[in-house]
Design a protein around this ligand. Structure first.
Ligand SMILES: [Zn+2]
Ligand SMILES: [Zn+2]
Length: 105
């Protein structure tokens, strides 16, 4: 939407092609969630994602340095290049809304 303000004729395909290139260059990370649209995250630090069930927002969760891939039993022969933990639940805003309406999760 922001690019369209300066370049009204740009196609969505061009935008996605650019995003794909950014992903290949390691500038952004593609974030795929089974129930949501593909998103792109510009946080290049090692981190995980939290998905809110209510507002469908995606939030970055910093990676805990103590949680290494070695806590998972990765079978021999697999080379781990990246792993991500997916958190799912309510963001603080949506949790507050629920509490107000006395409808606890
Ligand atoms: Zn939310
Ligand atoms: Zn992220």
């Amino acid at each position: 939407m922001r690019v369209k303000q300066d370049m009204p004729d740009i196609s969505l395909a061009t935008v996605y092609n650019c995003l794909d290139t950014f992903v290949q260059c390691g500038l952004v990370r593609q974030v795929v969630h089974e129930r949501g649209a593909t998103r792109y995250c510009a946080n290049t630090e090692e981190h995980h994602h939290f998905y809110c069930d209510e507002c469908h927002g995606t939030y970055d969760i910093p990676a805990a340095p103590s949680v290494s891939r070695f806590v998972f039993q990765v079978p021999a022969g697999f080379v781990v290049r990246h792993f991500e933990i997916v958190f799912q639940g309510l963001c603080p805003k949506c949790f507050a809304k629920r509490s107000e309406s006395a409808e606890y999760p």
